[in-house]
Design a protein around this ligand. Sequence first.
Ligand code: FAD
Length: 387
Amino acid sequence: MDFRLTDEQQAFRDTLRRFVDREIIPVASEWERTGRYPAEIVEQMKEMGLFGLTVPAEYGGLGVDMVSFSLVFEEISRGWMGVAGIIGSHSVSCLMIANHGTEAQKKEFLPRLATGEIRTGLGLTESGAGTDLQGIATTARLDGDHYVVRGAKMWITNARYANPLPVLVKTDPKAEPRHRGMSILLIDTDSPGFTVSKDIGKLGYKGTESCEIVLDDVRVPADRLLGGVEGRGMQQALSALECGRINIASRAVGVAQAAYDAALDYSRQRTAFGHPISDFQAIQIKIADMATELQAARLLVYWAASLADEGGRGDMESGMAKLFASEVALKAAMEAMRVHGGYGYSTEFIVERLYRDAPLMCIGEGTNDIMRMVIAKQLIAGTRTIG
Ligand SMILES: Cc1cc2nc3c(=O)[nH]c(=O)nc-3n(C[C@H](O)[C@H](O)[C@H](O)COP(=O)(O)OP(=O)(O)OC[C@H]3O[C@@H](n4cnc5c(N)ncnc54)[C@H](O)[C@@H]3O)c2cc1C
């Protein structure tokens, strides 16, 4: 077993690290606090090809391996997790279109998604259904050569920039089992009846918008049905979520790294009783635990990512990585705050932002309790083993 990155992956990480150190970290706290959209960072990410991470090379993307994909989200989140959101659901949906789209859909959208000329997100959740996606109420009724979509979506990241937006709908609301009646439509967000009705106020994860969307009899050409066959939407969405979980797990590693870095630096500088606080064993224990848990999370994420590269079913592994890394990030943010004493509570120090950003990773792409169920179900059924 080789736990090291390849030379190519290391060089890619170095490039990302320089970008984050120079362009994101110096502006992150102020832009986050003032609610400024990171438009300049978006332009730089376009130039670096980061909007094409999951777009295959034949359609103009980078088509990176999942470990390199993970490095992108780790490094960017070390600087500002909100910025990772801008390419997060975009990348997940690009992969979904690449894996499940018709050739015409791939040709129409992927090359422009890869450059960032057009951008996207993913519209699954509704006010009444998040975990239970089969409980969504948005419907799409066929009327000639168009679907007529009616419903509403909640918490949709990148909603103000996405076009097209893949939206999960019920094409057959009476189907049993329910997933057989579900499909994904690539909806033109300029269409009459499509409204981004509200930006949802959030604890953290600023920099990217999360919105409510209303679909009021939106007419969508039938050739915008992802893959061209009805009833596959749930499977298409779930297959994309595996990549989404690696994305979230990697963001968690980045946030945990930032918390650890801040705690280590501060412990060396802050003095109490005539000593740097790093001389005190109580602080040393925190530093040691944070570093150990961070490295364990990182290895688990790279392991899940490298298994995803090998193909085959990897939802248990990506679930483990997402579950563990997000809990590590939450704990690291809290421990970094303890190391900072009162200053950890101040907006002058980044740990306050990390503390607000960390919980999202326990919720997004399936809550951690759902990850536990995904893992346990397979172990108990004996379809997977550990060790
Ligand atoms: C900042 C942010 C950005 C987001 N971006 C997007 C986006 O871009 N696109 C999108 O589609 N969605 C997005 N989401 C939505 C996110 O995916 C959902 O919030 C998440 O899936 C949980 O759904 P829910 O909020 O409806 O919670 P619920 O499903 O109502 O869950 C509430 C609680 O019940 C528990 N629970 C539910 N079912 C079970 C069960 N069977 N067994 C045990 N426990 C259960 C959950 O674990 C949780 O603790 C975003 C959310 C946030 C906060």
